[in-house]
Design a protein around this ligand. Structure first.
Ligand code: PHB
Length: 395
């Protein structure tokens, strides 16, 4: 632990985290009055870019509010969770017990989230989920101190089936990584597609974060479905898009997905991504003053284009700032803090959204198509969509 680490500037912290998987341990406790904010995100592996975009978004939202929470300065703590579920509990415990964070922001991967969820429920620490969509977090294992600012895994794909049928694609193959996020995205796809009259001819999968797609693409070619639908994200999504085109499937069998497929990967995927249609709670091209202002500010600050992960991070920062302001920085006033966060209206670049009773966004889902390295909005595929929140009992 060096002093230099204590005074990292924002940009140095971000660059450092991205390149080294930086951990910021054991910062002197004697600073009493600062709000201790823990970031538990992937800074290495296939979701590394997602973690960086989320952190950028969180910091940008708080900086825009003066860089404080409820009038208090902030002390940041970071853990690279590596998208490794087996270390989820251990990593969350580091932030809660060792670093004594007041709020834990994390994470991206649904399996890792289950570890955070356990620690949050056992310790009562405030947890804001800036991505991971695992259903249990806002269904059977929901908790008063856990708030999600992103989506449930089946939310985007619940809007996908109807859009594919509207294009005349009646027989589809589904392909994904076999873990909670892929399996639950499939639930949304299956429900919406079969309800709209579609038939799923085959479900294909490979373990996370495997990217050996070749055998599965050969199988898709021989199955000859009308379309393919999928869940992939991050570095693996860019490779899937390129491999799909290289296998000769692009232009023959239309590719659909939950919109993570085309988030943050359009430079890496190149022209292979053109024409992919997805459903998602955000789109680069949303033509609103709020989105334009956000995109310009983000690009100016970070010298890269924001994506849905940056937006989710930003909204996490907004929610935290709104909650902290309502209790004038007294995050121990939990009843009032949770009430303020439950009733918050988040003025997001994605459009205004509210919290459901189970603490998950009620939000519009857009239909988008990739054109020239941009996710272009085609329309609203589902208006004010709430997750079922099935089985959620707070308290
Ligand atoms: C998840 O594991 O919940 C997950 C990861 C990446 C995404 C979406 C969901 O883009």
């Amino acid at each position: 632990m060096t002093t230099r680490r204590l005074i990292l500037t924002r940009s140095a912290a971000i660059v450092g985290a991205a390149s080294t998987g930086l951990l910021l341990p054991q910062i002197a406790r004697a600073q009493g009055n600062k709000v201790r904010v823990g970031l538990m995100l992937p800074y290495t592996g296939t979701f590394a870019q997602l973690g960086v975009a989320i952190e950028n978004g969180v910091r940008m939202a708080i900086d825009e509010k003066g860089g404080k929470l409820g009038g208090r300065e902030i002390e940041w703590f970071k853990v690279d969770d590596e998208s490794e579920p087996s270390k989820g509990v251990e990593n969350a415990t580091k932030l809660v017990q060792r670093d004594k964070v007041d709020v834990l922001i994390g994470t991206v991967h649904s399996g890792v989230q289950m570890g955070i969820q356990k620690v949050a429920r056992d310790s009562g620490v405030l947890n804001l989920i800036p991505n991971a969509g695992v259903h249990a977090a806002t269904r059977s294992l929901c908790a008063p101190n856990v708030f999600r600012t992103s989506f449930t895994n089946s939310q985007p794909t619940l809007a996908l089936g109807q859009a594919m049928i509207a294009k005349g694609h009646k027989k589809a193959v589904w392909i994904t990584w076999k873990y909670a996020a892929g399996d639950e995205a499939f639930e949304g796809f299956r429900d919406s597609y079969t309800k709209a009259g579609g038939t799923i001819v085959k479900e294909l999968g490979l373990p996370f974060p495997n990217v050996e797609f070749q055998a599965l693409l050969t199988e898709i070619a021989s199955l000859k479905p009308d379309a393919v639908a999928c869940f992939f994200a991050g570095g693996g999504a860019a490779k899937f898009i390129r491999d799909y085109a290289a296998a000769g499937l692009k232009g023959k069998i239309p590719l659909y997905g939950s919109g993570f497929l085309t988030e943050g990967v359009l430079d890496a995927a190149g022209p292979a991504a053109d024409g992919i249609i997805t459903t998602m709670h955000y789109s680069d091209s949303l033509d609103t003053p709020r989105n334009k202002q956000f995109r310009l500010a983000y690009a100016t600050t970070f010298r890269s284009q924001p994506d849905v992960y940056a937006v989710q991070g930003y909204d996490t920062g907004l929610l935290l700032a709104q909650g902290a302001a309502a209790v004038k920085g007294d995050l121990n006033n939990k009843q009032a803090l949770y009430k303020a966060m439950e009733s918050a209206v988040i003025d997001s670049p994605r459009g205004k959204w509210t919290m459901s009773k189970s603490h998950n966004p009620v939000q519009d889902i857009y239909l988008r198509v990739v054109e020239n390295k941009e996710n272009k909005v085609l329309g609203v595929a589902a208006k004010a969509l709430a997750d079922s929140g099935a089985g959620c009992k707070m308290g």
